[in-house]
Design a protein around this ligand. Structure first.
Ligand SMILES: Cc1ncc(COP(=O)(O)O)c(C=O)c1O
Length: 471
């Protein structure tokens, strides 16, 4: 194993270091519990990091969802909340921001991303339909299934291989898509479920060329494309960095162009939009918008607030303006890379290329002696917490759940533990602490044993399942 190389980000890339394009105005103290208290907290949490109390966590990399630090401008905007039940001025600000930066016409706010997934799935899916997509996401697929559809994965093979260096591992494989059409018929496919910066593949992007080809293909087949825009800004960064013809385009321009090849999008505003809560659905077809508006009043709230307070809509609108700043996106992705590069220097197995929002530890290679049925990724998340109070998340067999037809566990090719970096929250020094903790757990890997599930909820089991160490 090679010696650690202590290098600045700038040295790694042969240029001067970058720094966060913000300074800290308010702080929130964090503390590390002693080892016995960490063991007690983890036991009480059933070895599930979702069941830990946040105050027992030192560095919280569970998720980048709703964990961003808002800017002074956003906090000031919160004071301008128009809390009228109907027609809040903040809704019109939000609508304007989505139209301007994403380019869609009809906007329906929701309480968070899964609210929008619920609406679009119910609006478009007829029981018996098939929804091809570039890898499943937990809540997205569940809403598609609850609406009577079946999700089919048509992402390129490279996405399932953590060591493949393909620059756009989120791409759709048109041959696989054609095979699905041959099997079920285009009329049984209401839309393609396309995600930017594919979360479950390790934060991997879709190229503009792939989307253009997909659009042409779908036009011929009469199939729509709907986008999970949750992390599209990070996807735009990868296009700017890697795709010919985009190096001199702004993130905002790339985002707008990408969305223009799709028919609409659902959004968890808790990620790219830099807020703690919120979501939206945006579509171009007025008929789909009408259906969704009819449903939003049942499940979320009136169509001009959809479960959000006026002040929250204001924060989303301002967050959209801030998220497209090139400096912001660059420093966000480079911070993730800084952590990933430290781990690679220590030969710790992670998904490559390093993605946009998180480092995904490859638990199969990390714990090569623990079989997938003994939950290596869940085990790794537990061990990281025990080592340093670091909270991460399982993205493997537990997250994949059971096949609704057979009832069997789904065993995904990727068995990952996700270290997800909140936006504008932690500094580079925190990343150093995280990297050293991962290394300590890696060095002790041979003594580690797996886990077994002792409580399994019916839906999205990873959130509330409980585990025990195997004897
Ligand atoms: C890619 C993706 N889509 C949809 C969602 C669902 O959004 P929310 O958590 O706001 O309901 C998430 C949340 O983690 C996500 O990562």
């Amino acid at each position: 194993m090679s010696e650690p190389k202590y290098r600045t980000m700038g040295q790694q890339f042969g240029r001067r270091s970058w720094a966060e394009p913000w300074k800290i105005k308010m702080v929130e103290p964090i503390r590390m519990l002693p080892p016995e208290a960490r063991q007690k907290a983890l036991t009480q949490a059933g070895y599930n990091t979702f069941l830990l109390r946040s105050e027992d966590v030192y560095i919280d990399l569970l998720t980048d969802s709703g964990t961003s630090a808002m800017s002074d401008r956003q906090w000031a905007g919160m004071m301008l909340g128009d809390e009228a039940y109907a027609g809040s001025r903040n809704f019109y600000h939000l609508e304007g921001a989505i139209r301007k930066y994403y380019g869609y016409q009809h906007i329906i706010p929701t309480h968070q991303g899964r609210g929008a997934e619920h609406l679009i799935s119910k609006a478009l899916i007829t029981p018996g339909d098939t929804i091809p997509g570039n890898m499943y996401f937990t809540t997205t697929r569940l809403h598609q299934e609850l609406a009577g559809g079946t999700f089919v994965d048509v992402i390129i093979d490279e996405a399932h291989n953590p060591t493949s260096h393909h620059p756009f591992k989120g791409n759709v494989d048109l041959v696989k898509l054609q095979a699905v059409i041959d099997r079920v018929g285009a009329q049984k496919i209401p839309y393609i479920s396309l995600a930017g910066t594919v979360n479950m593949a390790g934060g991997q992007p879709v190229s503009m060329a792939n989307l253009k080809a997909l659009r042409e293909f779908c036009n011929q087949q009469g199939i729509h494309i709907y986008l999970d825009a949750t992390r599209m800004v990070e996807n735009a960064f990868f296009i700017q960095e890697r795709e010919d013809g985009y190096q001199h385009k702004l993130i905002a321009e790339i985002l707008h162009e990408f969305c223009s090849y799709t028919d609409g999008a659902w959004m968890s505003a808790k990620k790219d939009n830099l807020v703690n809560i919120g979501g939206w659905l945006a579509v171009n077809d007025p008929k789909v918008a009408e259906k969704a508006r009819n449903m939003v009043v049942i499940y979320e709230g009136l169509h001009t607030y959809g479960g959000m307070a006026g002040r929250d809509m204001e924060a989303v609108a301002l967050g959209i303006e801030e998220m497209v700043e090139d400096d912001h996106v660059r420093s966000r992705v480079e911070q993730v890379r800084y952590l990933g590069q430290l781990l690679l220097d220590w030969e710790i197995p992670i998904v490559e290329p390093i993605g946009g929002h998180a480092i995904f530890l490859d638990a199969r290679r990390f714990y090569s002696h623990i079989s997938q049925s003994q939950l290596p990724a869940q085990t790794l998340a537990a061990q990281l917490y025990l080592d340093s109070g670091l909270r991460s998340m399982e993205r493997g067999v537990v997250s994949a759940g059971r096949d609704p037809q057979t009832g069997d566990h789904r065993y995904p090719a990727l068995e990952l533990t996700r270290l997800t970096i909140p936006r504008r929250v932690y500094t580079q020094a925190h990343m150093d602490v995280v990297a050293e903790s991962v290394k300590a757990v890696f060095d002790a890997r041979e003594q580690t044993k797996g886990l077994k599930m002792v409580y399994e909820p019916e839906y999205l089991r990873f959130f509330q399942a409980r585990f025990e160490p195997i004897g």
